[in-house]
Design a protein around this ligand. Structure first.
Ligand code: FDA
Length: 395
């Protein structure tokens, strides 16, 4: 027997659940399918277990896409304020960390609890541990093969996310469905991911593993100022994750350690005040000592030298080793640790108001599988909520 639904949504992640809630609220009979044992697994681990569920400063400028305008419509129609109102309605306590990033005070599980409660209230049927074996399209009807038999619907929503973290159930199914229906894909790549270094540089930086400093990281015209973390694999921390979404193999990135300070001027005034100090002493007031040592080594300045013996040229070289530090990453940690997948279903194929495929009436793509990728800081969930909501509104 084929069961019939007004809408079938594949993927019980952030976008799929939000879409199911909205469609259910509008009286649609909705089936939400997922192959995982529990819904919202990425929500559960997000934001270090506290879920950075939105960013109050969300604007289309915080997203990467071949079409910079595409996200505007959905983001304007379902805003961070709308999601905060939902969180408040459920009495979930939250706080602003930095830069408009909102986190749960307690646990990310509260967000999953909120979404599942909303789904129950909207009579959404959810079936977990379901393998999607086939999708057929005849006339205006989609027939989906599942572990418990076929289901039929005039509206199929694909919300199965990207390729990031296969261990957590990422499969790339959305891209295969897009291909099946002849939709164009923008090449996918790991985003918000730590960058790796070649073995020689890694060996030199090994003593610095665990050091974290404020830094500006630049790639071409794009720059971010947040923390830089040196690790035993390479470079990480928010500023590296941010730039990783722009970086391409073979490109350099430019680091400026302690960008709020002018290290050259700092060293000069220290020399004026007390020429007997060593540059290491002065730098260590601002930077972790291990890093200061490394930067002096890089600029070829002996640790015991006195500032009085360092002409401007030498101080400039020391400052440049920290503030004009050019690095060529060897690669990235890839989908194994990437928080998001860049690229995906070409937005040209979709209606920005409904996320419906223009060529295939009734077929929709929402969330991370679409070529819209946010910066670090709650923007990706906001896209998932917004694209899910506007799609649910159109079902
Ligand atoms: P999502 O990946 O959430 O959901 C897809 C669903 O489809 C999953 O439930 C999966 O099981 C299911 N699925 C996949 N393949 C399937 C198949 N073949 N058959 C059936 N079901 C299938 N963002 C943010 O804004 N703030 C944050 O704090 C974080 N933190 C964070 C931490 C970590 C470690 C990661 C990996 C990612 C984040 N993110 C984030 C990014 C955020 O998690 C991501 O952008 C959203 O979860 C995307 O939502 P989607 O619903 O599109 O996909």
């Amino acid at each position: 027997m084929v069961r019939k639904f007004d809408a079938v949504i594949l993927g019980a992640g952030a976008a799929g659940m939000m879409c199911a809630i909205r469609a259910g609220q509008r009286g649609r009979r909705v089936l939400l399918l997922d192959h995982a044992k529990a819904p919202g697994e990425k929500i559960r681990i997000s934001g270090g277990g506290r879920c950075n569920f939105t960013n109050t400063g969300t604007s289309p400028a915080n997203y990467i896409s071949a079409n910079a305008h595409f996200a505007k419509s959905a983001l304007a129609r379902y805003t961070p304020r709308d999601f905060i109102a939902l969180v408040d309605k459920h009495g979930i306590a939250w706080h602003e960390k930095t830069l408009g990033q909102l986190f749960c005070n307690g646990s990310a599980k509260e967000i999953i609890g909120m979404l599942t409660a909303e789904m129950r209230a909207a009579d959404v049927e959810m079936e977990l541990q379901q393998e999607i074996s086939s999708i057929e399209h005849t006339g205006a009807v989609f027939r989906v093969g599942t572990s418990t038999g076929p289901v039929q619907t005039p509206a199929l929503v694909v919300a199965t996310g990207g390729k990031s973290i296969p261990k957590m159930g990422a499969t790339g199914l959305a891209y295969r469905i897009a291909e099946q229906f002849g939709l164009n894909l923008i090449e996918t790549r790991p985003g918000l991911v730590p960058l790796t270094l070649d073995p020689q540089l890694l060996e030199r930086l090994a003593p610095l593993s665990g050091v974290s400093v404020p830094a500006e990281v630049r790639h071409g015209k794009t720059a971010f100022r947040e923390a830089l973390l040196l690790t035993h694999r390479g470079m990480s921390g928010p500023t590296i994750l941010q730039i990783s979404s722009y970086w391409r193999e073979g490109d350099d990135i430019l680091l400026k350690i302690e960008p709020e300070h002018d290290l050259f001027q700092m060293l000069r005034s220290a020399r004026r005040e007390n020429g007997r100090q060593a540059p290491l002493t002065v730098l260590s007031e601002l930077l972790p000592r291990r890093l200061a040592q490394y930067l002096l080594e890089r600029s070829g300045v002996a640790a015991h030298v006195q500032l009085a013996d360092c002409p401007d040229k030498v101080l400039q070289a020391v400052a440049a080793s920290a503030q004009e530090w050019r690095v060529r990453p060897a690669g990235s940690e890839g989908y194994r640790t990437a928080e998001v997948t860049l690229g995906g279903v070409d937005t040209k194929e979709l209606d920005s108001r409904t996320l419906a495929a223009r060529k295939v009436p009734g077929l929709h793509f929402i969330g991370e599988c679409v070529d819209v990728t946010g910066w670090l800081g709650g923007y990706n969930f906001q896209w998932a909520w917004a694209s899910g909501h506007v799609c649910g509104d159109a079902l």
